[in-house]
Design a protein. Structure first.
Length: 319
């Protein structure tokens, strides 16, 4: 399947993607994976990326990753101050939250005790990223920090605390800047994806229409895109290609057009190299096995089930 984006078919669509700035966190790749699981395209770039380049690329929002440094270290990674002049929402995670506080005239200090591993935070203001939770509700999260925010910048509110009143979540709705001291991308943070949904879809305003299926590049035909993606995702080439139609994806959310093809007589010619941070397993199944899985309703995604149903129907009628 190849997908034609609603605005030119480009992955980095102005106003429709997330930029992740990497400050050395062991979880940066995981942040990207979680965002893509929520059907939003994202890219990871060094923290030193020029703000003028960011402005030209026009992301809908920016995520500042965690990292092992203290904001006061002599060699601590700091972005250009002009980053905060960009009129886009920003989410700081762990070290990224401390950077937000530091750059906007708050105060960061060493914590009384380093928090690493499972922790529990208490919601004090159920708004922003924590909208929908209850005041006083306790949330299981994953912490990894040695510093803490001692005083908030002007305009910010503490949304949650942990331990001995350590600030665990902050936000300034007016500037759309938010921070989490814990890691929403780690599975041990029970409602982490829910918080990312708030940032991506509601605060940054990105419709969940991106798919890791092939995106048609500018000037590329749907068939050429499908052939390229088959090779990248599976390392296979096919002798036969049968079109199964083009179908609108999420039309009420400015979605794109999905072009479906049935590839036959496939053979492995290279190793898979998708580069899309996807976790996938390639299975070699006979058509009868695929149909049995389809009939048992074991395909979790409607789009995949529909595409396989169309392919099975084409095989039954012999093309």
């Amino acid at each position: 399947m190849s997908s034609e984006a609603g605005a030119g078919g480009l992955r980095r669509r102005p106003g429709g993607w997330i930029l992740i700035l990497d400050f050395g966190s062991q979880y940066t790749q995981l942040i990207a994976r979680r965002i893509r699981e929520l059907r939003v395209y994202c890219e990871i770039h060094p923290f030193s990326l020029d703000p003028d380049v960011i402005r030209e690329w026009a992301p809908a929002g920016i995520v500042l990753s965690g990292g092992p440094s203290s904001v006061y270290d002599e060699d601590a990674p700091h972005p250009a101050p002009e980053l905060l002049d960009l009129p886009v929402p920003i989410l700081g995670i762990c070290y990224g939250m401390q950077l937000l506080a530091h750059f906007e005239s708050g105060a960061v200090e060493p914590a009384r005790a380093r928090e690493y591993g499972r922790a529990r935070v208490t919601v004090t203001e159920p708004v922003g990223l924590l909208a929908g939770f209850e005041d006083g509700e306790e949330l299981d999260v994953w912490m990894s920090h040695g510093d803490r925010v001692r005083s908030l910048p002007h305009g910010y509110t503490a949304y949650a605390v942990s331990g001995e009143d350590t600030v665990a979540a902050i936000g300034n709705p007016e500037t759309r800047r938010f921070g989490l001291q814990f890691h929403p991308e780690v599975a041990h943070t029970r409602y982490g994806q829910r918080m990312l949904v708030r940032f991506l879809h509601e605060i940054a305003g990105i419709a969940p229409t991106w798919t890791p299926a092939g995106i048609i590049e500018e000037g590329e035909s749907p068939l050429a895109a499908a052939q390229r993606e088959l090779l990248e995702e599976t390392g296979c080439q096919a002798r036969g290609w049968q079109p199964l139609g083009a179908y609108v994806l999420a039309g009420n959310m400015r979605g794109g057009l999905a072009h479906l093809f049935l590839a036959t007589e496939c053979r492995q010619v290279a190793a898979p190299n998708s580069g899309d941070l996807e976790e996938q397993q390639i299975l070699w199944l006979a058509p009868q096995e695929v149909e049995a899985i389809w009939r048992r309703g074991e395909l979790a995604q409607l789009g995949s089930a529909a595409a396989i149903g169309l392919a099975l129907a084409r095989l039954r009628v012999g093309g």
